[in-house]
Design a protein around this ligand. Structure first.
Ligand SMILES: Cc1cc2nc3c(=O)[nH]c(=O)nc-3n(C[C@H](O)[C@H](O)[C@H](O)COP(=O)(O)OP(=O)(O)OC[C@H]3O[C@@H](n4cnc5c(N)ncnc54)[C@H](O)[C@@H]3O)c2cc1C
Length: 344
C-alpha cells in the first residue's frame, strides 16, 4: 500500500501555529463529497493519536504543524491562586508535578494512570483532551459511522461492551481522555488562541461537545485555534480529590470505567460541596448530579458512599453488551469518595 505523502513544518510560536491554517482534526477527517478525506493542515503535539489516525488511513493531511518546538508551552505554574498547565506538558510531567499531586490529586492520578510509561512520556495534556474516540467502528476504515459522516451508529446493535451506558441514543462512543474526567470534576478551563490573537477560556465541560449537539466533533476547537493551556481554579481549603479507574489491562489500556470526585469539607467534617464525574461512561465526561446532591451536608462514611454509588447510575441506559459497567461504576464511586474523604 502506498504511503500518504505529507509536509512537515515546526511552529516556533503560538502565533505561527495559529496562523498555519490548521483545522479541527474532525473536519480534516470528513470526506469531501468529491474526493478522499484530508488535504487539510493539522497541528501535532506528541503525535500519538494523530499518527494512529494516519496509519489507520482515516486521516491524510496535507501538512502537519509540529507544536513541540514552541518554547515554554509545557510550563506548569501557579496563576491567580490556581494552576496553569501548558498544553505541551506531558502526562508524565502533569502526574509528577508536586502542585498537581498535592492540590489536584485526581488529575495526578488520572494522568499517571493513563496509557503506559512510554506513552505518558510523549503524550501531551492538550493532545490528550483532543484525541478522537476509541470506538472500533469509528477506528475502522471499513465502517462509515455517523461520526465520520455516515448514516448509522454500528455499536448500538453491534459489539458495544466498551461503549457508553449513558446518553448513548445518537452515538455511543465514550470520551477517550481519562484526564478529562478529573479536569471536569475540578472545574478546569481550557485556553484557546486563534490566528487573530483572540483568546477564549471556556470551561472544559462546555468545550466538549455531546453527539446531540454535533455527532461529528468531540470538541469546539475552531479553525486556526491552538489550545495553549489547561487552567485549574483555586480550590477552597480542605478540598480533596481522587480518581480511580478499572481496565481490562491496568498496565496500559484505556479504562472500562473511571471516576473522579472532588470533596470540599465543612469545619464540622461534613461535605460542603461534591463533584462526582464518571469517565468512559458517556460521549462526554458525565456529572453524577444525583450522587452529588445526596452527599452535601453528610458525613461521608461507607453507607453514604455506597448510596452515592447507586445514585450515580440514575438515568443509565446500558446497551446489550455493557451492563457489567454498572456495578463497576457504583464500586468506583464508593471507593473514590472514601479515599477523598479519608485522612489526608
Ligand atoms: C496503548 C495506548 C493506551 C492509551 N491509554 C490511554 C488512557 O488510558 N487514557 C487516555 O486518556 N489516553 C490513553 N491513550 C491515548 C493517548 O494518551 C493520547 O493519544 C495522547 O494523549 C494524545 O496526545 P498527543 O500529544 O500525542 O496528541 P496528538 O496525537 O499530537 O494530537 C491529538 C489531537 O489534538 C490536536 N492537538 C494536539 N495539541 C494541540 C494543541 N495544543 N492545540 C490544538 N490542537 C492540538 C491534534 O491536531 C490532534 O487532532 C492511550 C494510547 C495508546 C496508544
Amino acid at each position: 500500500m502506498a504511503m500518504n505523502r505529507f509536509e512537515w513544518t515546526s511552529a516556533r510560536s503560538v502565533a505561527e501555529a495559529a496562523g498555519a491554517g490548521a483545522v479541527n482534526v474532525a473536519d480534516a477527517m470528513l470526506a469531501p463529497p468529491d474526493g478522499p478525506p484530508g488535504q487539510a493542515v493539522v497541528l501535532k503535539a506528541g503525535g500519538i493519536d494523530l499518527l494512529d489516525l494516519m496509519k489507520e488511513r482515516l486521516l491524510a493531511p496535507r501538512r502537519l504543524v509540529n507544536l513541540r518546538a514552541i518554547p515554554g508551552l509545557d510550563a506548569i505554574a501557579e496563576e491567580a491562586g490556581g494552576l496553569r498547565i501548558g498544553a505541551l506538558a506531558t502526562l508524565e510531567q502533569v502526574a509528577a508535578n508536586p502542585l498537581v499531586l498535592r492540590r489536584y490529586t485526581a488529575l495526578a492520578e488520572a494522568a499517571g494512570g493513563s496509557a503506559s510509561p512510554q506513552i505518558r512520556h510523549v503524550a501531551t495534556i492538550g493532545g490528550n483532551l483532543l484525541q478522537r474516540p476509541r470506538c472500533w467502528y469509528f477506528r475502522s476504515a471499513a465502517h462509515r459511522c455517523l461520526r465520520k459522516g455516515g448514516g448509522k451508529c454500528f455499536a448500538v446493535h453491534g459489539e458495544n461492551q466498551y461503549h457508553a451506558i449513558f446518553a448513548n441514543e445518537v452515538c455511543s462512543v465514550v470520551h477517550a481522555s481519562t484526564a478529562a474526567t478529573a479536569l471536569v470534576a475540578l472545574g478546569a478551563r481550557v485556553e484557546l488562541v486563534n490566528a487573530q490573537g483572540e483568546l477564549r477560556r471556556p470551561l472544559l465541560d462546555e468545550f466538549l461537545v455531546a453527539p446531540e449537539t454535533d455527532v461529528q466533533r468531540e470538541n469546539d476547537l475552531r479553525p486556526g485555534e491552538v489550545l495553549t493551556a489547561v487552567l485549574l481554579p483555586a480550590l477552597a481549603d480542605g478540598t480533596r480529590s481522587a480518581h480511580l479507574r478499572e481496565a481490562d489491562k491496568l498496565s496500559f489500556d484505556w479504562p472500562i470505567a473511571d471516576v473522579a470526585v472532588v470533596l470540599q469539607h465543612d469545619v464540622d467534617g461534613t461535605c460542603a460541596a461534591a463533584s462526582v464525574v464518571l469517565g468512559s461512561a458517556a460521549p462526554v465526561p458525565r456529572r453524577a448530579r444525583a450522587a452529588e446532591d445526596l452527599l452535601v451536608g453528610e458525613a461521608i462514611d461507607e453507607a453514604a458512599a455506597r448510596e452515592a454509588g447507586q445514585a450515580a447510575l440514575e438515568a443509565c441506559t446500558p446497551l446489550s453488551g455493557n451492563r457489567h459497567k454498572q456495578p463497576i461504576f457504583a464500586a468506583l464511586v464508593r471507593r473514590a469518595l472514601l479515599r477523598a474523604a479519608g485522612p489526608g
